[in-house]
Design a protein around this ligand. Structure first.
Ligand SMILES: [Zn+2]
Length: 323
């Protein structure tokens, strides 16, 4: 099995239907709008965001997040993932009355337990929710900077990309950068090249969540290639939410041909009936990526990972050894 690494997965989006049902019965919540049998319902983007919140609100204790991270990383290790980052949103914890510190510590403990058992390495990207507005996103950045956890190494922004302009959130990214966090941001999933350019210019991120709509501008693809910006591409998510009609219409190949550095990611895996392994399968079957190209995307993910130099060297060594 090809060694894998993942940079783009929202941890509350990784709650399995089984886990969601268990928590829903504990808290007496109706999951009919979200689940169809043992699968998440297919939704448009706004419907998906609502489902995401319903499921996220089922997890309320530090122990729930420890278990979630443990199960997520254990499953990834079973897919031969060497490394994975997760997006964690303190606003979701606060919505259920859990302190952001307990939330992040629970996740960190789960990552550590899975790492001790399976050898997988993990880091947390504290994430602001764009549609909650600039103040809430700045607050998330402060939490990330002040939490003092070794496994929190990055800051990002997710949520509804149609709300506000990237520049509205510059303060949050300044706080995170000044506090020593590495930066990524969702851009170029729902908005086109303008939104991506503004994100690069004003938020000064080194990676883009999705970024696929850069394919609409040759100039922008050239810039992304030249500036070594890494794209966190999530093919199954893009099809499930209707960013593209089909994998045939997806620009992954075009981005690679233009010299953009890409990685493969599952985004919110059970919501899109996918997994990291499935994204690599899509890479092979639908985009015709060779084993070498798939390994190259793992290498890119490790090179762009928000880890220290020693950890990166160790992960690259493991990747090379598995050849
Ligand atoms: Zn995402």
């Amino acid at each position: 099995m090809i060694p894998k690494a993942e940079l783009h997965c929202h941890i509350e989006g990784a709650v399995s239907p089984t886990f969601a049902r268990e928590m829903a019965s504990r808290h007496n919540v109706d999951l009919e709008p979200v689940l169809d049998g043992d699968r998440y319902r297919r939704q448009n983007f706004i419907g998906f965001l609502a489902s995401y919140d319903i499921v996220a609100n089922l997890l309320r204790e530090r122990a729930d997040f420890e278990r979630l991270a443990y199960e997520h990383y254990s499953a990834l290790a079973g897919q031969n993932a060497l490394y994975a980052e997760i997006f964690a949103s303190p606003a979701h914890a606060e919505a259920v009355g859990l302190s952001p510190q307990d939330y992040l510590e629970g996740l960190a403990d789960g990552i550590e337990r899975a790492g001790a058992e399976h050898g997988i390495e993990g880091r947390i990207i504290v994430t602001g929710v764009r549609h909650l507005g600039p103040d809430a996103v700045s607050e998330a950045a402060k939490i990330g900077v002040e939490c003092g956890l070794d496994s929190v190494t990055g800051f990002g922004m997710a949520g509804n990309e149609m709300v506000g302009r990237p520049g509205d959130y510059a303060e949050a990214f300044d706080i995170a950068r000044d506090g020593g966090l590495r930066l990524t941001c969702h851009a170029g999933e729902w908005v086109g090249p303008d939104g991506i350019e503004e994100t690069l210019d004003l938020l000064k991120v080194e990676r883009l969540g999705h970024g696929v709509r850069a394919a609409e501008s040759d100039d922008l693809m050239r810039r992304i290639a030249e500036e070594n910006i890494v794209l966190e591409v999530c093919p199954a998510s893009n099809i499930s939410l209707g960013v593209y009609e089909s994998l045939d219409a997806h620009p992954l190949r075009k981005l690679i041909a233009a010299g953009c550095r890409i990685t493969l990611n599952s985004d919110d895996p059970p919501h899109f009936q996918t997994s990291l392994e499935n994204e690599y399968r899509i890479g092979r079957q639908s985009f015709g990526l060779s084993d070498n190209e798939l390994r190259a995307s793992t290498r890119t993910a490790i090179e762009a990972a928000f880890v220290d130099g020693d950890t990166r060297a160790r992960l690259l060594e493991r990747l090379d050894e598995s050849a």
